[in-house]
Design a protein around this ligand. Structure first.
Ligand code: ATP
Length: 234
């Protein structure tokens, strides 16, 4: 579904990403691991159309869309749930969700909302509440639900567990798995390796802007992953 080859991204003279290769497939969860500053956020943002890559391919359903802007990527079925769960805090939960589905015809909007409410019952309960009043975990669900409203084929998620209590991390991860099980390709970046490994099918490890290991999650032994992350963090 999504294939990223040899992605390179710079901020002026800083080569933040210099050879990232990763993929996401329908019904699968790909986990991208890496220490602070390894280039994970930059890679996701470049794939989603928020940074222009300096090189590499971003193949989506066979088309090379590297360098296309975010709204074009959304039209092609790829959406990013950014770090820090940016929701519109003064709008209600439902208004936030409607914004995610802004491209849907009116007739489709109601069905899309129903699907999201079925998947995230807490959002149905809170539908008329201002998003800013939700807990951190609920805001993460809302950011996630808003992405689902665009009926994507590929969802990229940047550190969904960040700042959440352990029980909430588990709930969010369960939702990530459930979305993949509906046939969507999910690629998530996590610093919480244990939480990510619990739901992942494939793993890519990024160290200093490069993909250094890719393989099935079952082979990504915790010890090996921690060794790589520990080393890169030195
Ligand atoms: P984190 O988990 O801390 O977000 P990350 O793996 O997502 O880390 P990035 O945020 O992608 O890493 O950063 C990769 C590298 O690019 C780092 O060396 C960082 O300092 C640098 N960088 C990130 N944003 C900018 C920017 N706007 N200008 C210059 N350098 C940047």
């Amino acid at each position: 579904m999504l294939e990223v080859n040899d992605l390179r991204v710079s901020y002026g003279a800083v080569n933040a990403v210099q050879g990232v290769t990763m993929r996401a497939d329908a019904g699968r969860v790909t986990l991208v691991l890496g220490a602070n500053g390894a280039g994970k956020t930059t890679s996701l943002r470049a794939v989603a159309g928020f940074h222009r890559p300096k090189g590499g391919d971003v193949l989506l359903g066979g088309d090379d869309l590297a360098g296309r802007r975010a709204h074009v990527m959304v039209r092609h079925g790829l959406v990013l749930v950014p770090e820090g769960r940016r929701v519109f805090s003064t709008l209600t939960v439902e208004e936030n969700l409607r914004m995610g589905g802004y491209r849907a015809p009116r007739s489709r909007m109601a069905a899309a909302l129903d699907e999201v409410y079925e998947q995230f019952p807490i959002l149905a309960e809170r539908r008329d509440m201002a998003a800013g009043l939700l807990s951190g975990g609920e805001q993460q669900m809302l950011a996630f639900g808003r992405a689902v409203m665009s009926q994507p084929k590929v969802i990229l998620m940047d550190e969904p567990s960040m700042g959440l209590a352990p029980t909430m991390v588990e709930r969010v991860m369960t939702q990530v798995r459930a979305i993949a099980d509906r046939g969507i390709a999910v690629l998530i970046v996590e610093q919480n390796a244990d939480a990510g490994l619990a739901i992942a099918d494939e793993v890519s490890v990024i160290t200093r802007g490069r993909t250094v290991w890719t393989g099935p999650a079952a082979q990504a032994s915790r010890a090996a992953v921690h060794a790589v992350l520990g080393e890169s963090a030195l």
